[in-house]
Design a protein around this ligand. Structure first.
Ligand code: ARG
Length: 471
């Protein structure tokens, strides 16, 4: 409530910016329903930064006296500082952050304060605030993504020789290394980082000066404002400038893809920490227990990240749905963008940071991973490749190897242990040298194709990922 006991919108100390046209104040429930002040709080500093650039321009263009432009800019800087330090509390009965800041400014500067909104609408102002905010908030998230990639490649570097089965259809497929496996996740995260850079680039134009929808008859200099705020320039169409929320949707989509990657990784962490797999051992700091089963150590953080992915997807769908029926230009529906976008941003940021700590503090069970390369005949493809190198057509080699697998299964042994005379019954091309190419390590070493799991190739990947992180 405002100081005079009347709601701000009704005409208390900080009356709604539009109250003059109304005889009656809005219902208290209406005020509560329509406010965006809670979501707007985090925009306060950027809102003020935008207003400062705006009044600088108004002064330079002679739209308001330069002395007043300076006074407003100075007072705005003080307001920002006071909000930061907590000396000035944001009045939650204000309709939005723009109304609150203008109200304080007017309280303090009187008629001079009443000039801040010259040639501007809250429609271009909110679009500006969001863009300004995202241009620093998204890079903060990106830095955390890089930290995660660095964490993964640090682990990878220690495990270029740690063999582990690769899986398709969740069945043992071919041996790889833990390093190759962690690099795979790292490349996905690198793409996530790049998608975000791309989105931030597209947020690089300033909508201020588009006004409510139709620009301004005052001699505003939009380029000047854009430059002061570090944008590449002004947006190109006033209607589009206030109606556009593509950047929210695009970011929510980028967050969703990033969360999908984390969620898949978490699924693997959950699986790999089971007694059945036991490839990974999560630290006690990043595990929970059971209230009834004393022995339990549960991977709740991986599960929570997997679960929270659903909420981020929800934000994307909400944003798309909010936008799908909106005619040009500004419609109040747009105010619903922040709840969804900020929710998605906050959740994604938290998940990236938590995941990083969880994985950094985990230990890896090399023996169990190594054991996974045996017993599933994961070297059968390598046996076929051996025959191909001896001149046999691949399809024939596939058949020979398949029969060798059948023999091994029937006799309860591995391909490495099939006697040479049995191999020679299957193909005369098989000689003693077959045993050198069957151990999992030999299989991995042989796969030197670009991007393959051989140590030389994985070291190349690690170097490339490191170079990316150092950019
Ligand atoms: N609080 C509003 C929002 O977040 C600011 C713009 C209000 N514009 C209007 N025409 N009511 O979208």
């Amino acid at each position: 409530m405002s100081k005079k006991g009347k709601s701000a919108i009704e005409g208390g100390n900080h009356a709604a910016l539009w109250h003059g046209r109304f005889k009656e104040g809005p219902d208290a429930a209406a005020v509560e329903f329509e406010t965006s002040i809670y979501e707007d709080m985090r925009l306060a500093e950027d809102d003020i930064k935008g207003s400062r650039a705006h009044v600088h321009m108004l002064g330079k263009q002679g739209i308001i006296p330069e002395s007043e432009s300076e006074a407003i800019a100075e007072e705005l800087a003080k307001i920002a500082e006071e909000i930061r330090s907590g000396a000035l509390q944001i009045d939650t009965s204000a309709e939005d952050i723009h109304s609150f800041v203008e109200g304080v400014l007017t309280d303090r500067l009187g008629d001079t304060g009443r000039k801040v909104h010259t040639g501007r609408s809250r429609n271009d102002q909110i679009a500006l605030d969001e863009r300004l905010y995202l241009r620093h908030a998204v890079p903060e998230l990106q830095e955390n993504v890089k930290t995660l990639i660095k964490t993964l490649i640090t682990i990878a570097e220690e495990h270029t020789g740690t063999l582990v089965s690769g899986y398709t259809h969740m069945q043992r497929a071919q041996p790889v290394t833990l390093a190759q496996h962690l690099c795979a996740w790292s490349w996905m995260l690198k793409r996530d980082y790049e998608r975000l850079s791309d989105a931030v680039k597209r947020i690089g134009l300033s909508p201020l000066g588009a006004g409510a929808l139709a620009g301004s008859g005052l001699p505003l200099n939009r380029e000047m404002v854009a430059e002061e705020l570090g944008f590449d320039g002004p947006t190109q169409n006033s209607l589009d400038s206030v109606a556009d929320r593509d950047y929210c949707i695009e970011l929510a989509a980028d967050f969703s893809i990033l969360m999908m990657h984390l969620s898949r990784f978490c699924e693997e962490v959950v699986l790999w920490s089971t007694e059945e797999f036991k490839f990974i051992n999560l630290s006690e700091k990043w595990s929970t227990g059971s209230s009834i089963m004393p022995q339990k150590k549960n991977p709740d953080f991986a599960e929570l990240i997997r679960g929270k992915t659903g909420r981020v997807y929800g934000s994307l769908v909400a944003l798309l749905t909010i936008m799908k029926g909106l005619p040009l230009t500004y419609n109040r529906d747009l105010q619903e963008d922040r709840k969804n976008l900020f929710e998605a941003y906050d959740t994604t940021s938290a998940c990236v940071m938590i995941f990083t700590q969880m994985i950094a503090t985990a230990s890896w069970n090399e023996d169990r991973m190594n054991a996974s390369c045996f017993g599933g005949h994961a070297n059968a493809t390598d046996l076929a490749d051996y025959l191909v190198k001896k001149g046999m057509p691949f399809r024939t080699a596939h058949g020979v190897s398949a029969r060798a697998v059948r023999y091994a299964i029937e006799n309860g042994i591995n391909l490495e242990d099939v006697p040479l005379e049995e191999y020679r019954k299957l193909s005369e091309l098989i000689c003693d040298d077959v045993y050198a190419c069957l151990p999992p390590k030999a299989c991995v070493d042989a796969r030197k194709t670009t991007g393959g799991p051989a140590e030389v190739r994985v070291r190349e990947q690690i170097a490339a990922l490191k170079a990316f992180c150092a950019e």
